[in-house]
Design a protein around this ligand. Structure first.
Ligand SMILES: [Zn+2]
Length: 356
C-alpha cells in the first residue's frame, strides 16, 4: 500500500508511507513551504525506516517528528546525511546504484535537482518510483533516467508549465545587464546553477554570501558526484571567482530564497526602501514571506528558474517508465485534469491510499 500523507493535491511538505513485505517505510518528512507546516503523523504509529530523497526543508524539515514515529533509522545519501542534525541514526544509500532498505531492494539515481539528491525505485509490485524533486534540464546537476515502474509518484511541481530553462535565462538577462542585482536563492539548489550560467555568459562580478561560498566549495569536493560530467572545471573556476557581498554591486546571490533568514534577511532590511539593487526571486514564493511582500509592493520581481520538471519532462518520464499509475505530487489538485490528459493512457490519481 502507498499512503499519500502530505504533498499531493496541494503544495505542502513531502511525506508518504509504503507498507510492503511486512515493513513500513516513510518517504521524506518535510516542513513547509510555509514555515511551520508539518505532515500530520500523530495517527501513523511506529515506522521501520525513513527514506529521504534530498536535503531541502520541504523534504527533511520534519525530522523533529521522528520520536512520534518510533525513532526509526534514516536512509539517505552520505551527502544528505552529513547535513542532518546530530543524533540521527543514518544509513547510507548510493547516489547512483543498488541498495536495500530493511530487505526491500532499491535502485537510486541522481535527481538533477540538489547535491546528494536521488530518485528511488523500490522492487515492490511492478516497481514503485518515487522521484522526490527532479529536473531533467539542469546544466549543473546530473540526472539519471529511472528504470520502468508500474507506479510512479512523481514531482509535478510546475503542473502543465512547459517553458525551457533557456527561456528563463532570456528573461533574467536584461536584469543581469542592467545591474546591480540581488538574487535570493537556495545555496544547495538553484544558487550555484544560476552562478554557473552567469559565469558561462562572461560575468565575473559575482558576489555571494557564506552559504553560497560553502555550497560551491562542497560541489568542488565531496558533492562533486552529483554534478554533470562536463562541469567540474567550471565549478572550480566559479568557486575561485566569487567574492563576498560588500554592498550593492555586481550580481549577488544569497540565501535564504524567501528572505526569512540568512544574508537576504539582513540585505532586505538595508535595501527594501531603496531603488537599487534590483531584486529578482526565481523560486516558489510563500505567501506572507518577505519575498511575497516585496513582490506585491513592486520593489522586487519574480522570474522562474526551472528546478523542477516541465510538462514535457514529466510526460517523457511517464513514457520511459511505462507507468500504469501516476500520482502527481507537489502541485495543486486543479492541475489533475491537464496532467491526466497528458499522461494518458496511464491512470492518474491524487487520491488516498493505493494498492501497488
Ligand atoms: Zn527540492
Amino acid at each position: 500500500m502507498l499512503h499519500l500523507i502530505s504533498g499531493v493535491g496541494a503544495k505542502g511538505p513531502a511525506c508518504f508511507l509504503i507498507e510492503a513485505a511486512g515493513k513500513r517505510l516513510m518517504l521524506d518528512l518535510g516542513e513547509g513551504p510555509p514555515p511551520g507546516l508539518f505532515p500530520k503523523v500523530d495517527d501513523i504509529g511506529p515506522i521501520d525506516a525513513l527514506v529521504l530523497s534530498h536535503g531541502h526543508r520541504d523534504h527533511v524539515g520534519g525530522l523533529a517528528l521522528l520520536p512520534k514515529l518510533g525513532n526509526p533509522p534514516v536512509y539517505a545519501t552520505e551527502i544528505v546525511l552529513r547535513a542532518l542534525p546530530d543524533g540521527i541514526a543514518g544509513r547510507p544509500l548510493p547516489v547512483r546504484g543498488r541498495g536495500d532498505v530493511l530487505g526491500i531492494a532499491v535502485e537510486t539515481g541522481r535527481n538533477g535537482h540538489a547535491p546528494g539528491g536521488i530518485w528511488l525505485h523500490f522492487a515492490i509490485g511492478g516497481g514503485l518510483l518515487y522521484t522526490g524533486d527532479f529536473s531533467a534540464e539542469s546544466m549543473l546537476y546530473a540526472y539519471d533516467a529511472p528504470p520502468p515502474a508500474s507506479t510512479a509518484l512523481m514531482d509535478c511541481s510546475y503542473g502543465n508549465y512547459d517553458a525551457p530553462l533557456a527561456e528563463c535565462w532570456n528573461k533574467l538577462a536584461p536584469f543581469v545587464e542592467r545591474g546591480p542585482l540581488l538574487l535570493p536563492v537556495p545555496a544547495n539548489g538553484r544558487g550555484p546553477e544560476i552562478a554557473l550560467a552567469l559565469l558561462r555568459h562572461g560575468r565575473t562580478d559575482i558576489f555571494v554570501d557564506d552559504a553560497m561560498q560553502k555550497a560551491l566549495l562542497e560541489l568542488c569536493d565531496g558533492a562533486g558526484v552529483s554534478l554533470r560530467g562536463n562541469v567540474g572545471a567550471d565549478v572550480r573556476r566559479l568557486a575561485a571567482t566569487v567574492k563576498p557581498i560588500d554592498g550593492a554591486r555586481g550580481i549577488m546571490l544569497a540565501g535564504s530564497a524567501d528572505g526569512t533568514s540568512g544574508a537576504t534577511a539582513r540585505l532586505f532590511g538595508e535595501w527594501q526602501n531603496k531603488s537599487e539593487p534590483a531584486i529578482v526571486f526565481t523560486g516558489y514564493v510563500n505567501p506572507t514571506t518577505p519575498a511575497d511582500l516585496l513582490i506585491k509592493s513592486g520593489r522586487a520581481q519574480f522570474m522562474r528558474w526551472n528546478v523542477h520538471p516541465r510538462l514535457s519532462d514529466t510526460v517523457a518520464l511517464v513514457r520511459t517508465t511505462q507507468a500504469k499509475t501516476v500520482i502527481p505530487a507537489f502541485c495543486d489538485r486543479s492541475q489533475l485534469a491537464a496532467l491526466a490528459a497528458a499522461f494518458a493512457p496511464a491512470r492518474v490519481t491524487m487520491d488516498g491510499d493505493l494498492a501497488i
